[in-house]
Design a protein. Structure first.
Length: 118
């Protein structure tokens, strides 16, 4: 069982940067693929980024590639998402997830709100 808690969300201006983080408790994240998803109002949840267990491989949605960066610190049981050049369409509740593979996520956090104003 992994309990995930996101933090660091907030309100920024278009073009700004923001970093959010997700810390796990109860169990370690070291054996899980970790990912970020997001969901905007009246939209479906969408994949943002993922990182392999040792952190050597990353994947990004086309919409955030080259702007967002995911990394993990297994010793701190934490995964981070750095978001640069934020756009209005990046505004959403961002969720952290732990998975047994790139395509199967088992544990989810409660989410942290990211708001981007023009």
């Amino acid at each position: 069982q992994v309990h995930l808690a996101e933090y660091g969300g907030g309100s920024v201006q278009s073009g700004d940067s923001l970093s959010i983080a997700c810390t796990a408790s109860v169990d370690t994240i070291s054996s899980y693929v970790m990912a970020w998803f997001r969901q905007a109002p009246v939209k479906e949840r969408e994949f943002v980024a993922a990182i392999s267990t040792p952190g050597l491989t990353t994947r990004y949605a086309d919409s955030v590639n080259h702007r967002f960066s995911i990394r993990r610190d297994n010793a701190k049981n934490t995964v981070y998402l750095t978001m640069n050049n934020l756009k209005h369409e990046d505004a959403a509740v961002h969720y952290c997830a732990a998975g047994s593979s790139w395509d199967r996520y088992i544990f989810w956090g409660q989410g942290t709100q990211v708001t981007v104003s023009s």
